[in-house]
Design a protein around this ligand. Structure first.
Ligand SMILES: *Cc1c(COP(=O)(O)O)cnc(C)c1O
Length: 351
């Protein structure tokens, strides 16, 4: 919301998001009065860049790609698209910042992907701005909160925009309570109609301690769990493994999103019940927004997002968290295999 407000987006504007994400991606745009345009995803769960182009209109002001599960989107392709001359000539700048950028803002929802790597560079250096979540279930947490990495192209000065955003997140006030308390420093200004979404110092202290051990302990631990799942499930032709790494990307291993080949949504639900009987807690990421009441009432229809539905209907998210032991991961794997044999009838050999 902070970054969309920074770009002066509001009523009458359109923001493009993937149909497959947590609702917060949509709500940040809806809560400032913008219209959410959903586009379908690809087999790797992420927004389909080819389908973004068809969704762009003269009202489009931002694209919010989401790095689902920690797997980064194709940022080079998305940035190439927003810089195409026909897309730029469609863009209607409505304020100074929009004139300065001169094109659609690429604002990454990186709630899952802190520490992911894209073409050898850490996440945060691809989109114009990258928004990380530090919510309690995410790879790095401050309890509640988030962080923004600015990567705006020239002529923007990211340091100046940072100073502005710092005030903008604190009611638009130029000094924090601590800064105002320095001798003689009582006078402040309110420079814009800001929000009150600053990170409390207590939360920041927790986050700093987490960040210090993220690369040495927390992230390698998640990778170990991912690899153990991958090694086990790669032996089963019914298991479709989540994207993890390729020549261009390395995942931050946020969610282990297993998909089961050739099953229906109700068989997936039965599998989850069987797994639960073995006292393993699994989850589904995500129920597509177009299947939730708010969005259905606004006219979004899951039939318009077939790959989103196909990914969702076969998906089961397995536990990944720091401290999960090798033996526990093995137990989870066995519970999934047991559930599969209990629920899915043996397929007939075709002679
Ligand atoms: C968690 C999450 C968010 C919201 O993060 P908060 O820190 O709770 O605001 C946004 N997008 C996605 C995809 C998420 O998973």
């Amino acid at each position: 919301m902070l970054m969309l407000r920074w770009y002066g987006i509001g009523a009458g504007d359109e923001v493009i998001i993937p149909a497959y994400t947590y609702s917060a991606t949509a709500l940040c745009a809806m809560n400032i009065g913008a219209k959410v345009i959903m586009v379908d995803v690809r087999e790797d769960f992420n927004i389909d860049v080819n389908k973004i182009k068809a969704a762009i209109t003269a009202r489009t002001k931002a694209i919010l790609p989401v790095d689902i599960g920690g797997w980064m989107c194709d940022y080079d392709a998305i940035l190439e698209l927003v810089n195409e001359s026909d897309i730029i000539s469609l863009f209607n700048p409505a304020n100074e910042r929009q004139e300065k950028l001169g094109r659609i803002l690429v604002l990454s929802d990186a709630a899952h992907s802190i520490g992911a790597v894209y073409k050898g560079k850490p996440n945060g250096q691809q989109a114009d701005a990258t928004v990380f979540s530090l919510h309690s279930v995410k790879n790095v947490t401050t309890g509640e909160g988030g962080a923004i990495a600015l990567n705006l192209p020239a002529p923007f000065d990211n340091q100046i925009e940072y100073q502005f955003l710092k005030a903008f997140a604190l009611n638009g006030q130029t000094k924090s309570a601590f800064e105002k308390n320095q001798p003689g420093a009582w006078r402040y200004d309110i420079i814009d109609q800001g929000l009150k979404i600053n990170m409390p110092d207590i939360c920041a202290a927790i986050g700093l301690a987490q960040i210090r051990k993220y690369h040495s302990e927390l992230l390698p631990d998640r990778k170990r769990i991912f690899e153990q799942y991958n090694n086990a499930f790669s032996q089963y032709d019914w298991a479709q493994l989540p994207p993890y790494y390729n020549e261009c990307k390395v995942s931050s291993c946020h969610l282990y999103m297993l998909r089961i080949q050739g099953i229906t949504e109700s068989q997936r639900d039965e599998l989850i019940l069987e797994i639960a009987k073995q006292e393993v807690g699994v989850n589904v990421h995500y129920i597509p927004m177009a299947m939730l009441t708010l969005f259905k009432n606004k006219g979004y229809d899951i039939k318009d997002y077939p790959i989103t539905y196909h990914n969702y209907a076969r998906e089961i998210t397995l536990p990944v968290y720091n401290g999960l032991t090798e033996a526990q991961v093995e137990y989870v794997i066995q519970s999934v295999v047991n559930a599969y044999h209990a629920v899915i009838p043996v397929r007939q050999e075709v002679s």
